[in-house]
Design a binder for this molecule. Structure first.
Ligand SMILES: [Zn+2]
Length: 254
């Protein structure tokens, strides 16, 4: 089929929404197919120009826990605390453990999760898979302070390649649990799905609250940061992008 050939829907689009205990919630929605382009044989073209190799961040080597504990003790000393006083003498060990947990994604690999796929036979045409409201917790690499919020992820499978919905959430975790920027986190999630599922399109939207903005002096703000990454048809087709954005950010579901 020529990429420019409009595909007419054979039946009216229907929407099936499933809500499971609040979040994340999942929808399977046939998009209107007019103007869809089949990119399944050209996955490389799905990649955007930003962070084209973002999904290929090599997992870091192990953690030096004693060094981490010493560093926490140094921080306590540097801010004028007594690391040996009651309440603080176990803090270096506790904080080191917390840092190891919060950076665990840098020692994980999205392939471990997205590599587990199964065939899903659609009734014809493309069916959108969307997961909304995936909680994420990350660390701003500029201030080493948390940012956290919700991730909304949608992809249009090609060749019936889909992954379990929990694997999308695990992939969000892999890239969130490390020193990050929200913009890069958003791109890495999209690029990992492109790399492992070779879909027709991917859309990722993140809503994040940054403690480096909220907790510090005059910069205090209750505003959220919203970032998006679009690949494939959601990058090249404005109508498809508008439709998936409206689905991912649609309110009134609570
Ligand atoms: Zn920051």
């Amino acid at each position: 089929m020529s990429p420019s050939t409009p595909i007419q829907p054979s039946q009216p689009p229907t929407t099936r929404m499933h809500f499971c205990n609040g979040s994340p919630d999942v929808s399977t929605t046939p998009l209107s197919r007019a103007g869809l382009r089949d990119l399944s044989h050209a996955p490389a073209s799905l990649r955007g120009s930003d962070a084209s190799s973002a999904a290929r961040v090599a997992p870091s080597t192990g953690v030096d826990r004693p060094r981490l504990e010493r560093a926490v003790r140094e921080i306590l000393l540097a801010i004028g605390e007594d690391p040996d006083r009651d309440g603080l003498h176990e803090t270096p060990a506790r904080a080191a453990k917390a840092w190891i947990d919060l950076s665990a994604g840098s020692r994980d690999d999205a392939a471990r999760h997205l590599g587990k796929q199964f065939a899903h036979r659609t009734t014809g045409g493309h069916e959108l898979v969307a997961v909304r409201g995936v909680e994420f917790y990350s660390l701003c690499e500029h201030h080493l302070l948390p940012f956290f919020g919700r991730a909304h992820v949608a992809y249009l499978p090609a060749n019936d390649r889909v992954c379990g919905l929990s694997k999308v959430a695990r992939t969000v975790d892999v890239f969130a649990r490390r020193l990050q920027m929200q913009e890069r986190l958003t791109a890495q999630i999209a690029d990992a799905i492109v790399e492992h599922l070779a879909p027709v399109g991917v859309a990722v939207v993140l809503e994040g609250a940054h403690m480096c903005m909220r907790m510090r002096g005059a910069a205090k703000s209750d505003s959220d940061m919203l970032t998006t990454a679009f690949r494939g048809v959601f990058d090249t087709q404005p109508a498809q992008r508008a439709e998936v954005l409206s689905l991912l950010l649609g309110r009134g579901r609570d």
